[in-house]
Design a protein around this ligand. Structure first.
Ligand code: FES
Length: 638
């Protein structure tokens, strides 16, 4: 029996349509393309999907909703979109806080020197046409010419390329440029001398996706493109996506893989067209991504990653034809997927590894790649360790009362006076700091990850916060207040915001950040102990988020152990750099394979020292460890 349909309209975006009766508001929004935040992926734990039913019939309020919706709001029709089911035609209003805004993505290609040795090589040959005296087959004729001119032996040919070979050779007058993959397989040929050919390096993040379009002849990045990962509506972090798959075993994987492939195809199309190229000009691709994104991209069920022992389906790198993945580039193009280190240390970390190459240096480097998960690498040319830390989503702005992704309106920089506790801040999308303009012009909407790090570090420096993470209740400031959940500190007054409420940081927000930073710090500490070092020579902050983190404030917060701030660097999207290196230099693929096997993975959750290290690392910056470099900085400021 066909299920009855109901009409639904979302305001203010105006998306409307019919969905099956009994679906949740969130499912309807996903179907109709209305952007509602769903940080926990519909597990009823984040409260970010709070919307208002203006009209219509919904399922009765569930007890779980009362945790996020006050009595007064319940009377006004507020509901959690992931719980309320549609029983009749409905009009839904999505308040500003629940609207999913596009994250600001800066994944510019860093200037790095890469020795050019692409997997694709172009060879120009002129052939003698066949004759009765020399009736050799077209493929053999081409192979002989390539062997004679360039020493290529034992060549294969892509099957659809073979199907077109007779016509292509003849129409080109037997003068062609042949594109050969790894000096093993002919994948395409073009008439005459064909100078430029292209490839794409791709960084498949949980929240954002970046692509780098490169000229494979000279190594230049000719265009970059980025988008939000189209799987975001199914959960903000990896575990939420895996939970979504568990809850939707039949069609979940196909749906999520389909979404990312469709999204990539349109991103590739718009990026290549921006420089007057065609997707068919793309002859090679490389891909990095965390293990869950890697599996979903390949259509492999990532559910085992969510359960102990968190093992991936495959560790080694893969070479797959683009057409087999449904990618609309040259159908014979090879997609090289970099290897995986461990369940939660994926191909993105391998990208970071080959981009930074700590294994070539004497100095001991700590590389922190902060995304929705924290991945750490520590070591030098003698030994290399890695681990993964469950940082939680706090650094992405989630699970905080006023947390939000790094989108326009998010507070990203914070300064707090230690004399009168006045707050100055800057939001994404505006050049001026608050005290340089009119308060009403600011229109802050929440706080993103870099903003929360700065805010908490500044609160500590100004005496608003104690080392243990408690808000100082003795402060004489109108910004300090107490409610039923404890103390909170006002960062932005309601009149400065677009949401009509004060933006505050509460003790529980501080706690969420302490959990994340404690995990990072204890991971670093356990690796340092394993390696037998007491001090770090260098700290590298990688990842899009890493580029925005202020190193000094990150150290005040205790995200990593003490290090001379002159040796703390942000390197931007190092995973994307690694993908680019593997695209432009095939030797880097071998290096990636070797290093992925060589790096020693430490499982933190079962490590005997983890609990003690974690408890110590919960203090800001740390309960026991000293910070000589930080001390001098704090004294300078006094
Ligand atoms: Fe509804 Fe998280 S509570 S998506």
């Amino acid at each position: 029996m066909r299920k009855k349909k109901v009409n639904i309209i979302f305001q203010p975006c105006g998306k409307r349509g019919q969905v099956e009766r009994g679906k949740t508001i969130l499912e309807a929004a996903q179907e109709l393309g209305a952007a509602i935040e769903s940080v926990c992926g519909g597990k009823h734990t984040c409260g970010k999907c709070k919307v208002r039913a203006e009209k219509g019939r919904l399922s009765p309020l569930r007890p779980e909703e009362s945790k996020f919706i006050r009595e007064e709001e319940q009377k006004q029709g507020y509901r959690l979109a992931c719980l309320a089911k549609l029983f009749g035609d409905t009009l839904i209003s999505i308040p500003d806080e629940a609207r999913r805004y596009q994250q600001v993505i800066h994944k510019e290609a860093r200037k790095i020197s890469i020795e050019l040795n692409s997997a694709i090589k172009a060879y120009y040959v002129e052939l003698l046409p066949p004759s009765l005296l020399e009736p050799l087959g077209d493929f053999e004729r081409l192979s002989c010419a390539l062997a004679n001119a360039y020493g290529l032996k034992n060549l294969k040919i892509d099957y659809p390329t073979l199907q077109n070979l007779p016509q292509r050779l003849r129409s080109a007058g037997w003068k062609v440029t042949v594109f050969v993959w790894m000096d093993r397989e002919i994948i395409d040929l073009q008439p005459g001398r064909f100078e430029d050919f292209y490839g794409i390096a791709m960084d498949l993040g949980t929240t954002t996706v970046a692509i780098y379009l490169c000229n494979l002849k000279n190594g230049q990045v000719v265009a970059t493109g980025s988008m939000m990962n189209p799987q975001v509506p199914y959960g903000e972090d990896v575990m939420s996506r895996i939970s979504y798959l568990m809850m939707n075993p039949e069609e979940g994987l196909q749906l999520m893989q389909g979404r990312i492939i469709k999204g990539l195809n349109s991103l590739i199309q718009s990026t290549v067209e921006s420089v007057q190229l065609s997707p068919l000009d793309i002859l090679e691709m490389t891909v990095v991504g965390n293990t869950a994104m890697h599996h979903i991209f390949l259509g492999i069920d990532p559910q085992p990653l969510g359960l102990s022992p968190f093992s991936p389906s495959i560790h080694r790198s893969l070479d797959i034809k683009a057409r087999d993945l449904g990618l609309k580039v040259h159908p014979a193009a090879n997609v090289h997927v970099l290897p995986i280190e461990a369940g939660f240390v994926g191909a993105d970390n391998v990208g970071v590894l080959i981009a930074e190459a700590p294994y070539q240096k004497e100095e001991v480097s700590l590389i922190i790649d902060i995304g929705t998960n924290g991945e750490l690498i520590l070591g030098n040319k003698q030994r290399l360790l890695s681990c993964s830390c469950a940082t939680g989503p706090a650094f992405e702005g989630a699970h905080l009362r006023f947390g939000m992704r790094a989108a326009p309106g998010a507070i990203e920089r914070v300064r707090i006076s230690s004399t009168n506790w006045e707050v100055n801040y800057k939001v994404i999308g505006q050049e001026k700091w608050k005290d340089e303009g009119m308060a009403e012009e600011i229109q802050a909407r929440g706080i993103c990850g870099s903003g929360i790090i700065e805010a908490i570090a500044e609160m500590l420096k100004a005496g608003v916060l104690e080392k243990n993470g408690r808000i100082n209740g003795n402060l004489s400031s109108p910004r300090l207040r107490k409610n039923e959940n404890g103390y909170e500190f006002v960062i932005a007054w309601a009149k400065e915001t677009a949401i009509g409420q004060d933006i505050t940081i509460s003790t529980s927000d501080v706690r969420a950040v302490q959990l994340g930073k404690g995990a990072l710090y204890s991971g670093a500490k356990i690796m340092m102990k394993t390696l037998g070092v007491e001090r770090l020579d260098k700290v590298i902050l990688a990842g899009g988020f890493g580029s925005y983190v202020d190193p000094e404030r990150a150290m005040v917060l205790g995200m990593f152990p003490d290090c001379d701030l002159k040796n703390v660097f942000s390197v931007g999207n190092a995973a994307g750099d690694g993908a680019r290196m593997a695209l432009l230099n095939r030797e880097k693929r071998l290096e990636a394979e070797r290093m992925a096997r060589q790096v020693e993975y430490i499982e933190l959750t079962t490590h005997p020292d983890f609990t003690e290290e974690f408890i110590n690392a919960m203090s800001i910056p740390h309960l026991k460890d000293d910070f000589p470099y930080l001390k001098s900085i704090l004294q300078e400021k006094e």
